[in-house]
Write a protein that binds this ligand. Structure first.
Ligand SMILES: [Fe+2]
Ligand SMILES: [Fe+2]
Length: 197
């Protein structure tokens, strides 16, 4: 993991055995990821309502929502391509545990979104390496898609952090420091499953 630089300074590195555990059921992994991409698109659209007075913010969030919707469609197409079906949404205990600790409205919503993107980025990076040797998911096209996702989610993490800093200034910096500890606690407390988190 040493050559990976997450877009935010995450404080708990995912153990190297995680990717193999996540790949135990690739159909479940991809299904869960499809649901997450859809939720990310909806979240960006919802957050854009808070930036109607800030053109840079509303454009950034509209573009972000568009990218997540594009990811959603392409993960659905990947499921179809592998001959798999979209399984029911099992929910995301990681995101729920973060939101449960939120108390500062828009600032926390932006910082949680930034953290989720940064953690996704780290884990997509790990999957990309593990999947190179995976029977079903080792194709060049699929790996290129994962790399594209990883880079895109890194940009989203930085975008959300910049929106928080522009709107909330120094409060955003100290709150992010607080959230980095909470995120590390949450990610380490959850059992591994066939999902990005
Ligand atoms: Fe995405
Ligand atoms: Fe994203």
């Amino acid at each position: 993991m040493s050559d990976f630089k997450p877009p935010l300074p995450l404080r708990a590195e995912t153990p190297s055995g995680w990717a193999a555990a996540a790949l135990a059921d690739p159909e479940a992994l991809l299904s869960d990821h499809a649901h997450n991409e859809k939720k990310a698109a909806l979240n960006a659209l919802n957050l854009s309502l808070s930036f109607s007075d800030a053109p840079r913010g509303s454009v950034l969030l509209a573009r972000l929502a568009e990218e997540e919707l594009n990811h959603y469609r392409r993960v659905l197409e990947a499921l179809q391509g592998f001959g798999w079906t979209l399984r029911p949404d099992r929910g995301n205990a990681y995101a729920k545990a973060l939101h449960k600790q939120a108390s500062k409205g828009l600032l926390d919503r932006l910082l949680i979104a930034a953290l989720i993107e940064a953690r996704s980025c780290e884990r997509l990076w790990m999957l990309e390496r593990a999947e190179a040797s995976h029977a079903a998911l080792g194709s060049a096209g699929w790996l290129a898609f994962l790399l594209e996702l990883e880079r895109c989610e890194a940009g989203h993490a930085l975008g959300y952090r910049s929106l928080a800093e522009e709107r909330f200034r120094t409060e955003a910096t100290s709150r992010l420091d607080w959230w980095l500890d909470r995120e590390a606690e949450v990610i380490q407390s959850l059992p591994w499953r066939s999902a990005v988190h």
